[in-house]
Design a protein around this ligand. Structure first.
Ligand code: PMP
Length: 360
């Protein structure tokens, strides 16, 4: 395309890199996207199909997703007026970032969509490097928060791609620094099910803390359902800018059914994934040259010594195992790859391939 034909495009978007996902992973052992590997039983699927078939596809869905809000409120103990939904938590982030006048500040390395969404809506993104032990650098954070125009401090805990979680004390300290500088703090608890500690329980009344969650990681990634718990006035503002009917009829119907019917099953699967994570971590650490970083999520970041991460990524790919090479994302990630916890069999295949890759 000729350069002049892009004259109407914001120039920063022409040079920005987007979120990269492999186009096809068919037939691969897919350990790259933090999905639950187990899936839903056949009888649940057939009942779900009947529920979905009863929808009036010619009608718009409930714009407020009231029934779904009631169910999520009951399941999570968050009052309905504090709930805001998005098409995945990504869409909640988009609406939040659209609503802020100031900068998005986040410790790095972290989830790359914070930077991408901030840039795509024309907001300034300021990363603050974590300390080498992957904890928060409070001094630098304080300096940056003072320098930037008040916006949102985003903390992912457990963090992607490190798998590490911040202590509630660190979170409280960072939120206090943010508050003093006029920022609000968003805690992205996407991996909460695998960690078990939430700011929703630790700081129930703290007005300046917004908590983001998703149903993706516990087993409903295909549904695209994320939500925010925030004070009512913030939900009111977000409601003004979200697109009407952002929660489609299929998602609303399916989510109400699944949350009513299969939550205990998903919770069992999450417990199993936690057990498999510990097992995988332990077995990885016995492979010469591999150092896994203890994880509180459903994936493990690991360092490879004596080989390049790219070499290992390619070797695993040839063996049909897809992981993520995150080594170029941040200096603290030099020499690392990230693997999602799979089924016991998938983990075995991965471990064998990894062993082979390190010996080759
Ligand atoms: N937050 C974090 C920290 C993530 O890692 C991800 C997914 N990779 C998301 C949010 C987005 O999840 P979803 O849009 O599926 O809810």
């Amino acid at each position: 395309m000729k350069k002049e034909s892009l004259a109407w495009v914001r120039p920063e978007l022409c040079v920005m890199s987007g979120y990269s996902v492999l186009e096809s992973s068919e037939g691969m052992i897919k350990l790259d996207a933090m999905e639950n590997p187990f899936g839903l039983p056949e009888d649940v699927r057939s009942r779900l199909a009947r529920e979905v078939a009863s929808l009036s596809f010619n009608r718009y869905p409930d714009p407020q997703a009231r029934e779904l809000k009631e169910v999520v409120s009951r399941v999570l103990g968050v009052p309905v007026p504090r709930l805001f939904f998005g098409n995945g938590s990504d869409e909640v982030l988009l609406n939040l970032f659209l609503s802020t006048a100031g900068s998005i500040v986040s410790p790095e390395p972290t989830f790359s969509m914070y930077r991408i969404i901030a840039k795509s809506v024309g907001r300034n993104f300021r990363g603050v490097s974590l300390l080498p032990d992957l904890t928060l650098d409070m001094k630098s954070l304080e300096t940056v928060l003072k320098e930037e125009k008040p916006g949102i401090l985003v903390l992912a805990t457990p963090n992607n791609p490190t798998g590490t979680a911040y202590s509630m004390e660190q979170i409280s300290q960072a939120a206090t620094l943010a508050e003093r500088a006029g920022f609000t703090t968003l805690l992205d608890e996407a991996y909460f099910p695998f960690h078990g500690e939430s700011a929703l329980d630790a700081f129930p009344g703290r007005e300046s803390l917004l908590v983001l969650r998703t149903f993706s990681k516990m087993g409903l990634a295909g549904l695209r359902l994320g939500f925010l718990s925030a004070p009512e006035p913030i939900v009111g503002i977000l409601d003004k800018i979200r697109l009407p009917y952002n929660m489609d009829a299929l998602t609303q119907k399916a989510a109400v059914f699944l949350l009513n019917e299969v939550l205990p099953l998903l919770e069992e699967q999450v417990q199993e994934i936690r057990v498999l994570r510990e097992d995988l971590q332990e077995k990885m650490s016995r492979i010469p040259g591999i150092s896994p970083i203890p994880s509180r999520a459903n994936f493990i970041l690991f360092r490879v010594a004596g080989k390049s991460p790219e070499e290992i990524f390619r070797f695993l790919l040839e063996k049909g195992v897809l992981v993520r090479d995150v080594s170029s994302h941040h200096p603290l990630l030099n020499g690392t790859l990230r693997v999602t916890v799979g089924t016991r069999e998938e983990n075995m295949i991965f471990l064998n391939a990894l062993r082979g890759g390190m010996e080759s």
